[in-house]
Design a protein around this ligand. Structure first.
Ligand SMILES: Nc1nc2c(ncn2[C@@H]2O[C@H](COP(=O)(O)OP(=O)(O)OP(=O)(O)O)[C@@H](O)[C@H]2O)c(=O)[nH]1
Ligand SMILES: [Mg+2]
Length: 435
């Protein structure tokens, strides 16, 4: 039997504890002034310890399997004072409950079949999501839409395997299982459903979900000045000496209810100073994790436009010309600004926001998936391709069933029907305690 505080340890109006484990309701009754005998109803009860009143709480009992974890569970709504939270923690320990680890409730829910693995992952994403759009996409996954699509596709694959295996067993007989079963068309249909699903999914990495905006460019172009200007306060050190910024410096900016993490970085140049060189390496590494890169140049560095652009590959970026109070640009830029006078800065803010929204294309997305899911879907796609090729060429049909087995196995890994041992630890350790 485990327990945890499900709300943050902070002074608040209400604190919520949850308990889970067979028989936990009976045990907790031992600390109440009057036992609760009904489930899924709210009761006001005094929690007592050594005959001392700890708090008057609202308490709900759930009997397994009709609970989040699938086990007997209790939710306790107490006053949100730190002393109450501490004393109640003492009561739970006294009753023999153990403190839950991160994600332990969700892990039990998964083990009891209450959540598929990707639904559990979506629960974590929902809790961690900071902007409204992402929260909405995670909610869709929590509600199980994605699992049910994959589970249906998996059933379809199983059906086809029967045909393909049948065609091997009865290959001498005068009956073409594969043609009669419309196997090839059905495989193509599964493939296109999977491609549609990938297209309508936003792939989220932890850092990408933070909407990181990297200030990138040669030294002394005013990256830190512009960073400060956008934030509205002097966060980073500015000086006329090139090579001022060495570490990555981040700070949050809100715009239109979207949270963005601005990241200032060291100016890129060949340098013999080893600390500065480490800073340059940090800036370079940061490109991959950024949702958007701002290449900041000025009138002294316009010759580098092409070389900086070429470093972006397909990365979402904006080309910015700074110090427009001193000189006008020669090349074409997405935005011309002056960190010194503030000219163009409001426009830049809006461009950053639009660019991030566009790159995520959130409005056109239905689901949010992790890189792990995308990799599994891609494995399934290549096995489907291999299978379609064999069936359409009527070659190696005897091993086509193996391709379908691999497709099914990718789907099973997505749903958590089958998974490598270390995966569960990776996923649930990332949860907060109490979830
Ligand atoms: N005239 C003018 N000067 C600017 C502007 N922005 C920055 N500067 C000056 O340019 C110099 C370099 O500014 P920083 O913000 O430190 O430049 P940086 O790109 O962060 O430099 P490193 O960290 O060394 O790569 C400072 O002397 C700033 O005052 C601007 O818009 N106009
Ligand atoms: Mg700087």
């Amino acid at each position: 039997m485990i327990f945890a505080l499900a709300t943050p340890i902070a002074q608040s109006a209400i604190g919520v504890f949850r308990i889970s484990g067979a028989g936990c309701c009976d045990v907790f009754n031992g600390a109440l002034n009057k036992p609760i005998t009904k489930y899924r109803e709210v009761f006001l009860r005094d929690v007592l310890w050594d005959e001392v009143l700890i708090d008057r709480c609202s308490v709900v009992f759930y009997s397994g399997p009709h609970s989040y974890t699938g086990e007997d569970s209790v939710e306790v709504f107490c006053h949100g004072g730190l002393s109450v939270i501490k004393s109640l923690t003492g009561v739970f320990l006294g009753l023999g409950f153990k403190e839950a680890g991160p994600g332990e409730f969700s892990k039990i829910a998964f083990e009891n079949g209450k959540l598929s693995l990707n639904e559990a992952e979506a629960v974590a994403d929902l809790i961690h999501s900071e902007d409204v759009d992402r929260g909405h996409l995670s909610s869709e996954a929590v509600a199980g839409k994605l699992s049910s699509i994959i589970s249906d596709l998996g059933n379809e694959v199983d059906g086809l395997r029967v045909f393909v295996e049948g065609s091997i067993d009865f290959s001498d007989e005068d009956y073409d299982f594969i043609l009669e079963g419309g196997v090839e068309e059905r495989l193509v249909k599964i493939k296109s459903s999977l491609v549609d699903l990938i297209d309508s999914s936003l792939v989220s990495t932890k850092k990408l979900s933070k909407n990181r905006v990297l200030f990138f460019g040669p030294p002394n172009t005013g990256k830190s000045s512009l960073f400060n200007r956008l934030l509205g306060f002097e966060r980073a050190l500015v000086s006329s000496q090139p090579g001022t910024t060495r570490d990555l410096i981040d700070s949050e900016m809100f715009y239109n209810s979207v949270n963005m993490e601005l990241v200032d970085s060291a100016g890129i140049r060949d340098t013999s100073d080893s600390v500065e060189a480490d800073g340059v390496a940090l800036s370079n590494n940061e490109i991959e994790d950024s949702a958007l890169v701002l290449i900041v140049l000025d009138h002294n560095t316009e010759v580098y436009v092409e070389s900086f652009k070429s470093m972006m590959d397909k990365k979402n970026h904006l080309l910015i010309f700074n110090k427009s109070d001193e000189k006008n640009p020669i090349d074409q830029y997405d935005c011309v600004v002056s960190a010194k006078s503030g000219k163009g800065v409001q426009k830049l803010k809006k461009m950053i926001f639009d660019s991030i929204q566009q790159s995520k294309n959130v409005s056109k997305k239905t689901f949010i998936i992790r890189e792990r899911h995308l990799a599994l879907f891609n494995t399934a796609l290549s096995s489907l391709d291999a299978c379609i090729e064999k069936i359409s060429n009527e070659k190696d049909v005897d091993v086509a069933a193996e391709d379908l087995r691999l497709v099914r196995s990718s789907f099973d890994e997505f749903l958590g029907i089958k998974y490598p041992d270390e995966l569960l630890g990776d996923i649930f350790n990332d949860f907060c305690i109490g979830k």
